[in-house]
Design a protein around this ligand. Structure first.
Ligand code: ADP
Length: 709
């Protein structure tokens, strides 16, 4: 519940409560699930406390998890109920349903056949009827006949709740010298025990995954109860890493993200709480799982902005991972080819151990990166691929190799307008253009999910067939690639086409298998994967991320393009990346071509330092939204007056948010900048306590904002 603090209850005699217990407690007229976050002796006060109703027969949250939840709420200046709700997501999911299995009753069949013999042999293990037929290699009719004769009988058993233990003794890859040095340093750090943070820094394909799996093996081998958490920014990436963990340790890890079915989530949650699940691979919310003995947290692609949760409970999983590591006395490994400036600063200052991997593993080389100046060689009108890129695609296809076209824009066209009256199609209650999706034939708002069929006539002036699609999305580039190379197998990968983990995995496997010649992809597929025959990466709009006044625009563009271009040439074959840009002189483009990350980072750091921006200063945002513009205006005026005066803190705003209207709510923003020495969470908590928003106004506080919209 969104309550500012925990409530006190009396413990009935003999209940034997302990920290972390799940209980049923009365709140007003209702009975709610709660968690014991503290216990103390108290002589009866002036007001009798309500008693706890019941101790639930549910797993207890370990002390570290309880402490972490409270820490996270304090840091994010939010109510503790928010992170607690995330931590209990698995506990509240439905239990897996019991499964029906067949067992031999001991009765002999009237007539024995070879097929029946095979079934009886396979029935030594309890299997479902379908699995039994498959295991015996017979038709389901054979199995059914044996059931009808009473030779086999059905029984309901609990779904398999065991996670086979990982085997850390299985041999990993033979590490090269630089990998071995990094793995050695990591294992030494782990052997020391206690909290530590290491930055594993190496270009794409340098073997960072191999190195952290080696560290995981050391942790699992040293302590039979130790648990390991591997966090990834995208569901599509968890799939690839799950495969590598299973291969390395001979057992599937627990999988945790929003696409995991609720009964399975419950299974993972309970197994983690019981210490039976020793490796979890998951997205950011896996950080809230009830690990009793977490010894290693890996944050892979640590620079990735997807680790920032922007809605509901606002947090950055990388930053919270470090906090959880501290609470659990665990080691934290941050891995990236393009670490965030925050992490690089910590490494430079010696707060994090900096482990660098040299170059790519084996024969693989980083791709040559070239710029295509769109001012000199623009695409034809209504097309998006310039002649030099088309030529390179043709050569790549002729060699039987693969091309990845990267464009970080879903759908067909980002804007639809009426050529008769100039009307731009926008969402009804949100300040955003509707994006055309050809596969679904709809216009979609990417902010709210609102969608409508594409109208035949302009809704504004009524002109028929006057709506034109402006600009490219991945679907449009796919269309162009198909028309340019009719013989090529072209596929598109975005969160619309790879709508769930399984579909995403299928596309990635097809690409890795060479069944796709040209893949048009958003960032969902441009990160982390290994495609052996991919030798050309074309970036359709390298300037896309540079538009808009975001603190991290240059940093993020550099990271994304380094990742995307890094997909090429992962094996023996040399790779090439072509970046289409209107601004080839921009520092980001120059750094990419020169493959000079350090120079780019140094220049960017200097700018941030001069402005006192992260990582040299700290930021927080306040976003107030409301349906009643007058009430919102009044509120932000009063809020501005109530901001505490504090040395080293500056408050800017209120200002209209760039996205001024979402779902019918107007939005206003404040931005707070503070020196690094300021406890910004405490400052924001004081301010928040003074804010008295009317019922129509919602206030969200965002510590260390990544979005400024
Ligand atoms: P990163 O995580 O840095 O992008 P990976 O760990 O995915 O790099 O390694 C890139 C590719 O090289 C993978 O296919 C991996 O299996 C392979 N590889 C890396 N190191 C080794 C090694 N020491 N022996 C064999 N293959 C390796």
């Amino acid at each position: 519940m969104p309550l500012p603090e925990a409530f006190d209850y009396a413990e009935p005699d003999g209940m034997g409560l302990e920290l972390g217990d799940q209980v049923a407690a009365p709140l007003g007229p209702r009975l709610l699930r709660g968690v014991v976050v503290g216990l103390r002796e108290a002589a009866g006060g002036n007001r009798p406390l309500k008693p706890i109703e019941e101790l639930l027969a549910e797993p207890r949250l370990p002390p570290g998890t309880v402490e972490f939840i409270q820490w996270a709420a304090r840091y994010s200046v939010d109510w503790p109920g928010q992170p607690l709700a995330i931590a209990l997501r698995g506990a509240r999911a439905p239990k897996p349903r019991p499964v029906r299995v067949l067992e031999a009753t001991g009765a002999q069949p009237a007539r024995m056949t070879p097929a029946r013999e095979k079934v009886l042999a396979a029935a030594a293990r309890p299997l479902s009827p379908a699995d039994l037929a498959r295991a015996a290699g017979v038709s389901s009719g054979v199995v059914k006949a044996l059931v009808d004769e009473g030779v086999l009988a059905a029984r309901l058993i609990e779904a398999d709740a065991s996670f086979p233990p990982p085997d850390p003794a299985r041999p990993g890859a033979a590490l090269n010298a630089s990998q071995a040095a990094a793995a050695g340093a990591l294992t030494a750090l782990l052997a020391e025990g206690g909290f530590s943070v290491a930055l594993l820094d190496g270009v794409t394909g340098s073997g960072k995954t191999e190195v952290y799996l080696e560290a995981a093996a050391a942790v699992l081998a040293a302590d039979p109860d130790a648990q390991v958490l591997i966090l990834l920014p995208e569901i599509a990436l968890t799939q690839a890493v799950i495969g590598r963990v299973a291969e390395r340790f001979g057992a599937e890890p627990g999988e945790w993200h929003s696409d995991v079915a609720p009964p399975m989530r419950r299974r993972v949650w309970e197994a983690v709480a019981a210490g039976r699940c020793r490796i979890v691979v998951g997205a950011r919310s896996a950080l809230f799982l009830p690990f009793p003995r977490l010894k290693l947290i890996v944050v892979d692609e640590e620079h990735d902005a997807s680790f920032k949760q922007e809605e509901g409970f606002i947090y950055h999983a990388r930053d919270l991972a470090v906090a959880r590591g501290k609470i659990e006395d665990a080691a934290v490994v941050l891995a990236s080819a393009t670490p965030s400036l925050e992490t690089l600063r910590n490494a430079e200052q010696g707060r994090y151990r900096w482990l660098r991997l040299e170059g790519r593993h084996g024969e693989a080389r980083l791709p040559d990166i070239e710029l295509i100046d769109l001012r000199e060689t623009p695409p034809e009108t209504g097309r998006w691929l310039s002649p030099p890129l088309v030529k390179a695609m043709g050569e790549t296809f002729a060699r039987g190799e693969q091309t990845l076209l990267f464009l970080n824009r879903r759908g067909y066209a980002p804007l639809v307008l009426c050529k008769a009256c100039g009307e731009r199609m926008t969402a009804p209650d949100t300040d955003s253009w509707l994006v055309e999706h050809r596969y679904s034939g709809r216009l979609v708002c990417h902010l709210t999910g609102f969608s409508m069929p594409k109208p035949k006539a302009c809704p504004h002036c009524g002109a028929a067939d006057a709506l034109v699609s402006i600009g490219p999305g991945v679907e449009r580039v796919e269309e162009e690639a198909k028309s340019l190379f009719p013989q090529a197998r072209v596929a598109v990968f975005s969160s619309d086409t790879a709508f769930d983990a399984r579909e995403g995995k299928r596309l990635i496997e097809a690409m890795a298998d060479g069944q796709i010649d040209i893949l048009v992809a958003t960032q969902a597929a441009a990160k982390g994967h290994n495609f052996p025959d991919l030798t050309l990466v074309g970036v359709v709009d390298a300037d896309l991320g540079l538009r808009g006044g975001d603190l991290r625009a240059a940093e993020r563009t550099y990271q994304l393009l380094a990742q995307a271009t890094g997909r090429a040439g992962r094996k023996e074959k040399a790779g090439r990346a072509l970046l289409q840009t209107w601004a080839p002189e921009h520092a980001v483009m120059q750094a990419l071509v020169a493959q000079d990350r350090d120079a780019f980072v140094a220049a960017e750091m200097a700018e941030r330092e001069a402005a006192g921006l992260p990582p040299f200063g700290r930021l927080a945002a306040v976003v107030a939204s409301g349906t009643d513009p007058v009430a919102l205006e009044d509120f932000v005026r009063l809020a501005a007056q109530s901001a505490p005066n504090s040395p080293g803190v500056e408050v800017y705003g209120p200002a209209d948010a760039p996205l001024g209207l979402i779902r019918g709510r107007r939005r206003k923003r404040f931005l707070v900048r503070a020196d690094r020495t300021v406890d910004l969470s405490a400052y924001m908590a004081t301010w928040r306590a003074r804010m008295k928003p009317p019922a129509s106004v919602r206030v969200a506080i965002d510590i260390d904002p990544y979005s400024f919209l």
